[in-house]
Design a protein around this ligand. Sequence first.
Ligand SMILES: NC(=O)c1ccc[n+]([C@@H]2O[C@H](COP(=O)([O-])OP(=O)(O)OC[C@H]3O[C@@H](n4cnc5c(N)ncnc54)[C@H](O)[C@@H]3O)[C@@H](O)[C@H]2O)c1
Length: 270
Amino acid sequence: MKLISVGIIGLGAIGSRLVEILTKEFHDKVRVDSICDIKEERIEEIQGKWAPRAKSLPWPSLVARSDVVIEAASQEIALSVAKEALKRGKQVLILSVGGLLAWNGLSLVLKKTKGKLWIPSGALAGVDGVLAANEGRIHKVTLTTRKPLAGLAGAPYLLEKRINLSRITKPTLIFEGNAAQATRAFPQNVNVAATLALAGIGSKRTLVRILTSPTYKRNQHEVEIEGDFGSIRTVVENFPSKRNPRTSELAVLSSVATLKKIFGHLHIGT
Ligand SMILES: NC(=O)c1ccc[n+]([C@@H]2O[C@H](COP(=O)([O-])OP(=O)(O)OC[C@H]3O[C@@H](n4cnc5c(N)ncnc54)[C@H](O)[C@@H]3O)[C@@H](O)[C@H]2O)c1
């Protein structure tokens, strides 16, 4: 049987775990054929530990030769990777979901392509509920994210608004806006907002609030949905991934679960 060829862009907390799962659990079906990372040491680590025969390629060449493309790198390339993969009729799993919000032509491309776009729930619970509710009428979707100070350090919005995190002593609302504004303001933090927006009523109508405090120890995402069906409220208290404190461990596990949907035979949930 011909093995499915997989290419992985970005070999950090998420990408490296996906290579591990693919080589351990799906080696009879799948071959990690090519990998891409701007850090040479990440390539060497993956080739040394899990995939000695994986070729290191620039991402456009990787997309061209893969049946399934996984992007776990950055918002800067997520949109181009998704466009190129779908244009070529490939399956593509995108982790840096915030990058997709700027794509006005997404639904048109999805109508034409032979490929598939996979977006995991990430660090959120409730995406299944939004998808189902959106088949009826949703009135309101709100995401309230509470993060420890360190989880927001370096965000462009903090510099622009001159918010000094070291002066914050109690729970403080530092951002309120829609999902489109949130992903620009906190590009490395709120992929969850983008996922929620794409699953539901879009980036302009999905509301986002971000709070921080020295007393917060975990990344908390609270999702509230109101619609004709009734209402949903979910709260997730996330531990950070050991490899990347900005990424929640649940996001890593969610991408593994999505991989099992792509290559496995059991699909549970909406
Ligand atoms: N969807 C979600 O819920 C969710 C949750 C957490 C993280 N993320 C996003 O997923 C992505 C991966 O997360 P992570 O925790 O593995 O990050 P990470 O920082 O641990 O790893 C990212 C890797 O990508 C590489 N990289 C960066 N830019 C690149 C480029 N242009 N070309 C090739 N390689 C590049 C980096 O060198 C690094 O090795 C990030 O964009 C992150 O924001 C999404």
